[in-house]
Design a binder for this molecule. Structure first.
Ligand code: HY3
Length: 408
């Protein structure tokens, strides 16, 4: 893929060049040049980016160059696992609040992008193996939570094939709390709880920690068929507070293999009743439906109440591990996970999740699996961002939503 020359403008930053894609409606701004040098292991690079260059995240994610729900991936060609040959490329993920440990929708987009670019952007591009039987190319991506194996459908020309799904195999994924009672202290209660003092939710890891709660249990009996976005935003924000401020719930975001503490990435509202709707013939969604045994819909609020347009690939890994642990999804069976966008635009496919392999057990004999997640990503354009020296905003970005709250 040819990437045009960056826009020239003298100012406080070098031009930052990005390729833009969407995966099931969720944007990925792939930043491949112009970010200050980051050194050390991938996690050290992430810590440096957080501590020293957070304004670059704000410039690229927030207004006026981005928006509240923008998502970004910074390519990191030099990491310890790239050096040791375990991965071909590293990446850092970022959003409206900071840097995450895993992102499935961006992984799917990056799969296509990395197959399509040359060695100037992806130094190890030539090492990728093409399999002529499956007509796919595979690559290992070093993400903050580990290594994910990405399989990219590839045309005879060597470029990615947009008509077939990209898939990735997740890091080991597992449930940390099944049908768990979360007490909701008075100061965190939302109107739709209607006097309830606790809710039942599931917790699982798929490269990040997720809380899954049905729309009904959250207080919305009509489910995701009738989305009350503002009210659901408010309810999930308070539920997240109720979880993260409760020291007795720390085990729900603790690794069952290493006991390492993690953070709760977000709340997934689920609606298993909002299942199958026939997709138009010949579409990606219809092809996915031919192979899957069931379908459900979710709405994910993460980071600073950002809304995922995609079905959330990392959370699909967590949801498959959870469904498997509950005995609902046997190995080999595929399930379609929709977002509101894939549910609405029937030409778009949801993500297809299935157990890929058994990765052992942890803690009190809890099952650990790796999950295969399939989805489609498409190019939307490219950007070359500059900051002019006269610009009063400087090297920063804002969210009008946060300004409005400050002045409220
Ligand atoms: O697909 C995913 O995993 C994600 N999409 C945005 C938020 C999550 O990182």
């Amino acid at each position: 893929m040819e990437i045009p020359q960056p826009l020239e403008a003298p100012g406080p930053i070098r031009p930052i060049t990005c390729v833009e894609m969407h995966t099931a409606g969720e944007p990925t701004r792939i930043i491949w040049n112009g970010i200050p040098p980051l050194t050390g292991t991938l996690l050290e690079q992430r810590a440096q980016a957080k501590a020293q260059f957070d304004e670059f995240r704000r410039v690229l994610m927030l207004e006026p160059r981005g928006h509240y729900d923008m998502y970004g991936a910074i390519l990191r060609p030099d990491t310890e696992l790239v050096a040791s040959g375990k991965a071909h490329m590293g990446v850092l993920f970022m959003h409206n609040e900071g840097f995450s440990t895993m992102c499935g929708h961006a992984t799917i987009a990056l799969g296509r992008f990395l197959v399509d670019v040359d060695e100037k952007v992806f130094p190890r591009r030539k090492e990728l193996k093409y399999d002529p039987v499956s007509r796919t190319t595979t690559l290992n991506l070093h993400v903050p939570c580990g290594v994910v194996e990405v399989t990219v459908p590839t045309l005879a020309s060597g470029k990615s094939d947009a008509s077939r799904p990209v898939s990735f195999v997740s890091v080991p994924s597992f449930a940390t709390g099944i049908s768990f009672q979360i007490p909701v202290p008075e100061k965190y209660r939302w109107a739709e709880l209607r006097g309830k003092t606790a809710v039942t939710a599931d917790f699982a890891y798929g490269g990040a920690y997720y809380c899954m709660i049905s729309a009904e249990e959250l207080g919305f009996p009509s489910g995701l068929g009738e989305v009350k976005l503002q009210e659901m935003d408010h309810a999930t924000k308070l539920l997240k507070e109720a979880v993260v401020t409760n020291p007795d719930l720390k085990h729900l975001t603790r690794d069952i293999r290493t006991a390492e503490e993690g953070v709760l990435y977000g709340i997934m509202i689920t609606d298993a009743r909002l299942g199958h709707v026939s997709a138009p013939e010949g579409t990606a969604a219809a092809r996915a439906q031919l192979e899957a045994s069931g379908e459900e819909t979710g709405l994910y609020f993460f980071a600073n109440q950002q809304i995922d347009r995609s079905p959330t690939g990392g959370c699909v890994a967590a949801r498959v591990a959870l469904a498997h642990a509950k005995g609902f999804l046997p190995a080999g069976e595929k399930r379609i996970y929709n977002s509101l966008v894939t549910r609405t635009y029937r030409g778009l496919s949801g993500f297809v999740g299935s157990v890929f392999d058994d990765a052992g057990t942890g803690g009190a004999d809890q099952q650990i699996v790796r999950v295969c997640v399939e989805g489609y990503a498409y190019y939307t354009g490219y950007h070359s961002f500059v900051v002019e020296k006269e610009d009063g905003l400087g090297v920063d970005g804002f969210s009008v939503r946060d300004i409005a709250f400050v002045h409220a």
